[in-house]
Design a protein. Structure first.
Length: 86
């Protein structure tokens, strides 16, 4: 036979309630911290990684264009070699 102890039943209910309350408080604290972190990142005006990668690709393309323009200019303005005409 099982014996029913009202004190132990109440303690189990109280413990169960305390655990669910602690879990809810933990979730609330996690949500508050996430919100604070999001606000901090927004205030810092940080740049996302994909934007940095796009700028790097654009800069690399511009450097190639500049190098091509410099070599074309150097080819046009190259002085004639006087020894080549002999």
């Amino acid at each position: 036979m099982q014996s029913q102890n009202p004190f132990l039943d109440e303690m189990a209910k109280l413990t169960s309630s305390a655990m669910s309350l602690a879990q809810a408080a933990g979730e609330e604290a996690k949500a508050a911290m996430r919100s604070q972190a999001d606000r901090f990142v927004a205030d810092m005006d940080l740049v996302r990684r994909d934007e940095i990668d796009a700028l790097k690709a654009e800069i690399a393309a511009l450097r190639e264009d500049v190098a091509a323009l410099k070599s074309a200019k150097a080819a046009r303005t190259k002085p004639a070699d006087p020894a080549a005409g002999i």
